[in-house]
Design a protein around this ligand. Structure first.
Ligand code: ADP
Ligand code: MG
Length: 614
């Protein structure tokens, strides 16, 4: 406090004048309650007229005090006189402006030397701001208490000596300890930090003491029963008004279950990764925007690319002819959230094309969004080549047999042609014309047969088009008729009206019927009939081929189409396999029914329009 010098003392004449300007309540009252003296502050606050107060009691004066306040005042006055001791009271006064003023008063009775009551000295202060602070504090404390109680996080408050000041209900639940377990004289003082983490804890407290903040971090704590569990912990300082650190608040959240899920996820991910890493299938994970997230190591042996060489570039590796349909399938899988299966070619690092059979599966999040697309692909280049080889060898053998028939067929017209050429020179004009007509028809027959042979032998250009099935059947029948006639077998063809065009590959369909008709002929070791019927069902063309041959045993019917099964001495056992393959590629259906020693019926259904898979 600054000490005033003599010259600076305010110009007040008397002590009374000084008291008058004092910003505190001062008033003297006689034992009968009448006022002796009062300073300006006291009169102002009570709202009393300056001149008229002396010798009057509160009841007689006009004041701001309520009736009850006056009553209280005289009661406390009385008590002060009776007890002969100072008494502290407080009074709330509402000023003219409506402002509430809290007045704290001390009533000090004074006595004459012979012990008679003299005057009551009433002094006091305006404690309104003080009171307000106190109220605010109590509200804040209530709030804090409800936060402590209401939160499911465990809260621990410790002082700088790391003694526990407070824990909340959630803390007790999470750790199993009670508040009183933390009292200083407890011999078995709770330990909540595992031994190996105590160093870490100490470091954190040291950082906090230096005023540094510590980020939220994951650690472990011990329950009273000894189990260690995962928590996330936040640490902060508590400071007093001057910023001095008084203690620390630590908030713990139990993250055991969250950790468990994380761990399980990591483990299962590791498991799947292990499978992917060791699979011979090519596995890729692609996100919905088309970016490659994972490529399995099996890409190296199959495609020749090292780890990391493929990332992002997989579309550039796709054969240009397969690119469009592949990206369409991708989009469809993403939109329809359905798996797909396809074949496409990828370029090997050495430039070869590798044919892959691939399956794509969209992976969904919990809320049904496609998170990624996982594809499994297998190199089927070799398998495809073998299949093609088998097709070819079957074709060759059919061709070989056909050739024998064809040679026989051609020899007859050739012989007659030879005869006619000799006869031509001696014949007259009319007869020569007749000879030439016969010779032309013989030549046409040779031409037809050779043409058919060429058709089957030509490399197959796989082009689907609308094909006239009647003509196709007739040409196949013509091709095999010789064989049939040599065995005394009659072939009957019955075709309904208005048969629509079949959507298919002509050469393949021809091969299909050659194989089936050949089998039918070969199944008959004595004379008989073969009936071919063509009709329609819904949008498809129906073909029926019935023979009167040896038939097929029931247990064999189920496995027809397996390669290399044959009951014939010179058979290949490939014919039916090729048939099934062709039917499959056309999106058609084939069905065998048979009675042993009576005959076999083959029913075929062929589409008239492109199916969705083409
Ligand atoms: P391959 O004719 O060379 O034996 P296929 O695959 O054409 O080979 O036929 C396999 C087998 O199926 C034949 O060996 C035969 O036992 C049986 N088979 C096929 N078609 C008939 C049929 N129409 N009647 C009786 N058996 C048949
Ligand atoms: Mg056959």
């Amino acid at each position: 406090m600054k000490v005033l010098s003599q010259d600076e003392l305010p110009a007040v004449a008397t002590l009374k004048e000084m008291i008058d300007v004092l910003p505190e309540f001062v008033c003297l009252r006689y034992p009968d309650g009448t006022w002796a003296e009062a300073n300006r502050f006291a009169l102002n606050i009570y709202g009393i007229d300056h001149d008229e107060y002396k010798g009057k009691s509160l009841e007689e004066l006009e004041t701001r005090l309520s009736y009850e306040a006056i009553e209280r005042c005289s009661l406390s006055d009385k008590r002060a006189w009776e007890t002969r001791k100072p008494i502290k009271t407080a009074e709330k006064i509402i000023m003219k402006s409506g402002r509430k003023v809290m007045l704290e008063l001390i009533k000090q009775p004074t006595f004459t030397s012979d012990g008679k009551p003299q005057v009551l000295v009433v002094t006091g202060r305006d404690i309104t701001p003080h009171k307000q602070k106190e109220e605010e504090l109590s509200v804040a404390l209530d709030l804090l208490e409800s936060v402590l109680k209401g939160t499911t996080d465990a809260i621990l408050i410790i002082n700088t000596r790391q003694e526990v000041i407070k824990v909340n209900d959630a803390f007790m639940q999470m750790f199993g300890w009670a508040e009183e377990d933390f009292s200083e004289d407890n011999d078995d003082y709770p330990v909540i930090t595992p031994a190996h983490l105590q160093g870490e804890s100490k470091e954190i407290i040291n950082l906090l003491k230096q005023g540094q903040s510590v980020p939220l971090h994951e650690t472990q704590r011990i329950h009273k029963d000894g189990t260690v569990f995962d928590v996330s912990a936040s640490f902060s300082n508590i400071c007093d008004m001057d910023g001095k650190i008084m203690g620390f608040v630590i908030v713990y959240r139990d993250i055991t279950s969250q950790k468990k899920v994380e761990r399980a996820l990591r483990e299962s991910e590791a498991k799947y990764r292990l499978i992917a890493e060791h699979s011979t299938d090519l596995i890729t994970v692609i996100d919905p925007t088309g970016i490659i997230q994972y490529v399995s190591p099996s890409h190296l042996p199959v495609l020749g690319y090292e780890d990391g060489e493929i990332k992002g570039a997989i579309l550039e590796m796709v054969h240009p002819d397969d690119l469009q349909s592949l990206s369409e399938l991708f989009m469809r899988a993403l939109v329809k959230k359905e798996p797909f299966q396809t074949e496409f070619r990828l370029v090997h690092k050495n430039g070869d094309w590798i044919l892959l059979e691939a399956r794509g599966v969209p992976v969904m999040t919990k809320d049904g969004h496609v998170e990624s697309l996982v594809t499994f692909a297998r190199d089927v280049t070799k398998a495809k080549q073998t299949e093609e080889l088998m097709l070819k060898s079957e074709k060759l053998s059919v061709l070989g047999e056909l050739a024998a028939g064809v040679a026989h067929e051609i020899r007859n017209p050739l012989t007659s042609l030879k005869g006619f050429t000799k006869l031509l020179s001696d014949a007259d004009d009319v007869i020569r014309l007749e000879y030439l007509r016969i010779m032309e028809s013989e030549l046409n027959r040779i031409n037809d047969i050779v043409g058919e042979l060429m058709l089957v032998a030509k490399p197959q250009a796989v082009s689907f088009e609308h094909t006239n099935i009647q003509e196709l059947i007739y040409s196949v029948v013509r091709l095999l008729e010789t064989q049939a006639i040599m065995r005394n077998i009659q072939i009957w063809v019955n075709i309904s009206d208005n048969i629509p065009l079949v959507y298919g590959v002509e050469n393949q369909l021809k091969q299909l019927f050659i194989n089936l008709l050949k089998n039918a002929i070969e199944s008959m070791d004595k004379d008989g009939e073969i009936h071919i019927k063509i009709g329609t069902r819904n949008d498809s063309v129906l073909l029926e081929l019935k023979d009167q041959g040896c038939g097929i045993p029931a247990e064999r019917l189920k496995t027809l189409g397996e390669p290399f099964y044959t009951t014939k001495e010179k058979g290949t056992g490939l014919g039916l396999m090729v048939c099934f393959k062709i039917i499959e590629e056309h999106g058609g259906a084939i069905q065998f029914s048979s009675v042993e020693n009576e005959g076999t019926k083959v029913e075929i259904e062929l589409p008239t329009a492109p199916s969705s898979s083409h």
